[in-house]
Design a protein around this ligand. Structure first.
Ligand code: SF4
Ligand code: SF4
Length: 712
């Protein structure tokens, strides 16, 4: 048999083994994918946004480079090189059978192989840099050093070197060229089956994941109770996108290094959630529970749903449908039993608000603040939300906003009744309760004939605009007349501020005495709703100077309130609100501006430790109303006359000592002790007494309720 034929037979055998092994590995994973629940999202629509995202994030590697410029660039060069190499690799194999199609001596072929040569140099440098980072610098985000990564890195380097050397020693030039050709072929053949077995499967799955990623963050699929869907309890419950995500993870650790839970020493690591699911799918039976077997329940419930993980992930992995899906499985089957969560669910079920307060508290606020009821003749229906209805500081934000609306000549009204949007129930996995609340609200809004809804809370905006339609089939189920738009107040304030100035023939606010601000971007505003510029523009308009914290805009760091955590028990590790508050204090700004009523609850709570020197935490509406001279800022406790503060403290302590062990909410306390002043002052004094150890509060009572424990 001639040597050439023998060689071709050998090449065919190598290819059969390599491709066969590759296909076997792919088939195993493909079977898991096909066995999983079909996902409605696997449709090409909407074409435009999907295509744009694909071009930006896959073809141009925009996210990879933006978030980690140097490493990202090295990775992008390797990726572009990989794409260009597809054609030369095919040509390489074809040349083994004597049917090479790229003419290396001239024309397109010559141009192409030399372009690839330039990339081969770039890829060699890039891969060496990535290997040095992985094995010498060893950043924590990459986790354990793996031999597999080293082998694959070495393979890529060898492929590049043999390719470049092959250009120097053309095929006809003798045994060196021949040896190089075979070395290149064997590395290629060994590399192929390793792809599906390793994190390098992302080369194939990453682009698919990015294309089919939902258009919004935390896109939670709807449960079909008739089909007995209760969440992701076992492997048989996971969706095809969950499976795709599990195998697409490149283990880069971007999610981990941006996760507030992980960074404050909790068990949760979003990267491990994805990888543990992968392991579960590969090694466990279809009917084995995921939580408790492969993923700890504690980790699943530590998530604040801040979406930093989803935002950062370069391969389109959606952590939140997975985490919330696992929570649903635990909550809906009654396995999750946590004191504070049970109390929260009970409050939502019975009182329709997370604080468990009577609706009369809200009614009293409407009456006292003279808020007009919405009757469909006004332009805006002002959605108070639970914090705006029941929390003293939330009420202050609402009052500041209404002053601005009045000054701008905007008509508005509030609903006589509204219930919680269901946000904390949905994020904690209690979908049945979420649906009940959503439907009750939708009926209220439909009856009220609302067209434009205004909210101070980005959680409400996200839940109403994205979760209600997806989960309750709204507006289809409620008719086209139930359709309305919802706007976050920061957007309207940015429109109204220049308008009010124009009415007053002013160009800007006086810069005199304007404090320095730092803006804490709420996760639900910056990441979920993509709004990061409006607040800054507004603060600049007030004449204030802006100091950016280390993590800002869409890379903001959570305050710790989301995912129901504002109502849950004590966190493990360092508290997330403390971590964020420290970062904001480091800016040395006098005021921390926010645009979500949950953030001040968390930040004020954390800043309590800094005492009266701490910066003020104010909403944009309060800042603007004060700048316009419409409503003075609430004085801080230190600004109370010393005698008055001492008197109030003494009154409060005497009251608590008469009711040992009983919990009191600030709103109730005001009534019980006959306090006539501003509620935030009362809350500040309570907080001071708590700091001094004279009063106690449970973790869920950051929302202003305290108790006294007599000394033994
Ligand atoms: S949503 Fe936020 S808290 Fe939850 S896993 Fe992702 S980064 Fe961590
Ligand atoms: S989930 Fe995404 S961000 Fe996290 S390690 Fe995997 S690829 Fe990286």
């Amino acid at each position: 048999m001639p040597a050439q034929l023998l060689e071709r037979l050998l090449l065919a055998l190598v290819l059969i083994v390599s491709i066969g092994w590759f296909w076997r590995e792919v088939q195993l994973r493909l079977a898991l994918f096909l066995r999983a629940k079909p996902d409605k999202r696997f449709s090409l629509r909407p074409y435009g946004p999907r295509l744009v995202r694909f071009v930006r994030q896959v073809c141009l590697q925009e996210k990879v480079i933006r978030e980690r410029p140097l490493v990202g660039l090295a990775h992008a060069v390797v990726f572009w090189g990989f794409l260009l190499f597809l054609l030369v690799s095919l040509d390489h194999i074809a040349s083994g059978f004597g049917v090479a199609f790229l003419d290396r001596t001239g024309g397109f072929g010559w141009l192409y192989v030399h372009l690839v040569a330039v990339f081969a140099i770039g890829v060699s440098i890039g891969i060496l840099a990535l290997l040095a980072r992985r094995f010498l610098l060893r950043p924590r985000a990459l986790g354990e050093v793996s031999l597999e990564s080293g082998v694959i890195g070495l393979f890529i380097f060898l492929l590049m070197v043999t390719y470049l050397a092959g250009l120097y020693y053309p095929e006809a030039s003798g045994p060196i060229a021949h040896a190089l050709w075979w070395l290149h072929t064997l590395v290629l053949a060994a590399f192929l089956p390793l792809i599906p077995r390793s994190k390098h499967f992302h080369l194939l799955l990453g682009p698919i994941g990015v294309f089919w990623k939902a258009q919004t963050l935390a896109h939670i699929p709807t449960l079909d109770y008739e089909r007995e869907e209760y969440g992701l309890e076992q492997a048989k419950d996971v969706s095809r996108k969950n499976v795709l995500d599990a195998f697409a993870c490149v283990e880069c650790g971007r999610c981990q290094e941006n996760c507030p839970a992980f960074l404050t020493g909790k068990l949760l690591n979003p990267k491990h959630i994805v990888l543990d699911l992968r392991k579960h799918l590969l090694t466990r039976a279809q009917d084995e529970a995921i939580v408790g077997t492969s993923i700890p329940e504690e980790a699943v419930f530590q998530c604040t749903t801040c979406a930093a993980c989803e935002y950062q992930c370069p391969v389109g992995i959606e952590h939140l449908p997975l985490i919330i899906g696992l929570r649903r499985g635990e909550v809906n089957t009654g396995k999750y039993q946590e004191e504070y969560a049970s109390k929260l669910f009970a409050n939502l079920e019975t009182r329709r608000n997370p604080f468990g307060l009577e609706a009369t508290v809200r009614e009293a606020f409407l009456k006292k603040a003279h808020l007009p009821l919405f009757d469909a003749t006004q332009e805006w229906c002002l959605w108070l939300g639970c914090v705006g209805s029941y929390d003293p500081h939330g009420q202050e934000i609402i009052l500041a906003l209404t002053e601005i609306l009045r000054a701008a000549g905007k008509s508005f009204g509030v609903l006589a009744k509204e219930v919680c949007t269901g946000d904390p129930a949905r994020r904690l996995g209690n979908d049945y309760l979420f649906l009940q609340l959503a439907e009750q609200n939708m009926e209220i809004l439909k009856q009220a004939r609302v067209r434009k809804l205004l909210s101070i809370c980005p959680h409400c905006v996200k839940t109403i605009s994205q979760d209600w339609p997806a989960a309750a089939g709204w507006p289809q189920t409620f008719g086209a007349e139930a359709k309305f738009e919802i706007v976050h107040h920061s957007r309207l304030l940015a429109e109204l501020a220049p308008q009010i100035l124009a009415q007053r023939h002013q160009r800007s606010f006086s810069a005199n005495n304007s404090p320095t601000y730092t803006f804490h971007d709420p996760c639900y505003l910056a990441r979920y709703l993509g709004e990061t510029n409006t607040a800054r523009a507004l603060l600049r308009l007030t004449g204030g100077q802006l100091r950016e914290p280390q993590r800002a805009r869409a890379r903001t760091f959570c305050c710790g309130a989301g995912g129901g955590w504002v109502f849950l028990g004590e966190e493990k590790g360092k508290r997330i609100n403390r971590e964020r508050a420290e970062e904001l204090v480091d800016t040395r700004a006098e005021v921390i501006a926010t645009a979500c009523p949950f953030c001040p609850i968390m930040l004020r709570d954390a800043l309590g430790v800094a005492g009266e020197s701490a910066p003020q935490v104010l909403d944009l509406a309060e800042i603007l109303a004060a700048s316009l001279g419409l409503r003075p800022l609430q004085p801080r406790p230190g600004e109370l006359a010393a005698g008055d503060a001492a008197q109030l403290e003494a009154r409060l302590l005497a009251f608590f000592q008469q009711h040992p062990g009983e919990d009191f909410h600030a709103l109730h306390l005001a009534k019980l002790i006959g306090f006539q002043g501003k509620l935030p002052l009362l809350v500040a004094i309570l907080s001071k007494l708590h700091r001094e150890g004279k009063l106690h509060r449970r973790r869920d009572t950051t929302v202003h309720s305290y108790f006294y424990r007599p000394p033994h």
